[in-house]
Design a protein around this ligand. Structure first.
Ligand code: GDP
Ligand code: MG
Length: 299
């Protein structure tokens, strides 16, 4: 006899312009800080998979770089390429927007999601930014009057508010299928990859203006010995003059970046971490396709 509710499995893309809270949402759904978050746009540079296993369903969420207009460098084109490819892999599309704004970039994301056949849900995040909640309904009505979403959700991703209803709605739209990952698997990304991301997160948080966008991280060594991970990483910058800023007075900033990243890794990996960092120069890497491939931004 077939069970009353067949198991469901699907991939779900989180799409939106930069900085609306896609990565915060992924982390709060998965319950683990897999995808790095900062107040600066274009923090996410990769497609990050996060797995949620429920009773009777498994969802593989795909976090994406924010779709953006205007960036002219090779890295900007690469980020948009990743964002535009992910919907092809997805069974459900979640368009994340940040209340109370709908911008040209949000419209661009709508254009992308509306071209796909997969059901699309609208997730209005940062509803705490609406001091007057009665203004929320006209905001949403303005969006949905001419755009066709299968459902609308109200979220406060940094607190997990609204997640349960969103998950229920997603599951209702998933195809039947067995689980593709183990119950306790959270991502398909390696610890080596996540380590580089934890370092990049600190660069996003601790550097100002254009400098975070001039940095990239490459893991040069990753060795596990019992309960200790020995990690050596290069922080790439684009010009000699940027090196000193990352290192800071007497090496203070680099030390702070290293120890914060190390603490994040220790908590995520559940091991002790010994981390060594070097700052290196690769002229103009962010506009250089070969350097992007070397640094792991390939498709
Ligand atoms: P992404 O670029 O879309 O992945 O956005 P992030 O997840 O990196 O978040 C961008 C910023 O928005 C971060 O500073 C988050 O802490 C913040 N943020 C995320 N969700 C919320 C929310 O519900 N309310 C508020 N006020 N801020 C949020
Ligand atoms: Mg992100």
């Amino acid at each position: 006899m077939k069970p009353a509710h067949p198991h469901r499995f699907g991939q779900v893309a989180l799409l939106g312009r930069p900085n609306v809270g896609k990565s915060t949402l992924l982390n709060s759904l998965v319950g683990s800080p897999l995808s790095i978050v900062s107040p600066k746009p274009q923090t996410t540079r990769h497609r990050i998979l996060g797995i949620v296993t429920l009773d009777g369903a498994q969802i593989a969420f795909l976090d994406t770089p924010g779709l953006h207009l205007g960036g002219k460098r090779a890295i900007n084109r690469q980020l948009n390429r990743v964002a535009r490819q992910v919907p092809d892999e997805a069974d459900v599309l979640v368009h994340v927007v940040a209340a109370p704004r709908w911008t040209d970039e949000d419209e661009e994301v709508w254009q992308l999601v509306s071209r796909h056949r997969a059901p699309r849900l609208l997730a209005i995040n940062k509803i705490d930014r609406f001091p007057d909640k009665s203004a929320l309904l006209p905001f949403v009505a303005g969006i949905t009057a001419t755009r066709d979403y299968a459902g609308v959700h109200y979220l406060r991703a940094n607190r997990g508010d609204g997640n349960e209803a969103l998950l229920r709605d997603i599951v209702a739209h998933l195809p039947e299928g067995g689980p593709r990952y183990e119950d306790d698997e959270l991502t398909d990304r390696s610890e080596r990859f996540l380590a580089a991301e934890m370092i990049r997160e600190q660069l996003m948080l601790r550097l100002d203006a254009e400098l975070p966008y001039a940095t990239s991280v490459e893991i040069e060594r990753f060795e596990q010995e019992g309960g200790l991970a020995r990690i050596a990483a290069a922080i790439w910058v684009e010009r000699e003059g940027q090196k000193g800023i990352v290192v800071g007075n007497g090496g203070e900033r680099l030390k702070a970046i290293g120890s914060a990243a190390r603490r994040r890794m220790e908590s995520l990996f559940g091991t002790r971490v010994f981390l060594e960092l070097w700052v290196k120069v690769r002229e103009n890497w962010s506009d250089d396709e070969a350097a992007l491939r070397q640094f792991g931004y390939g498709d």
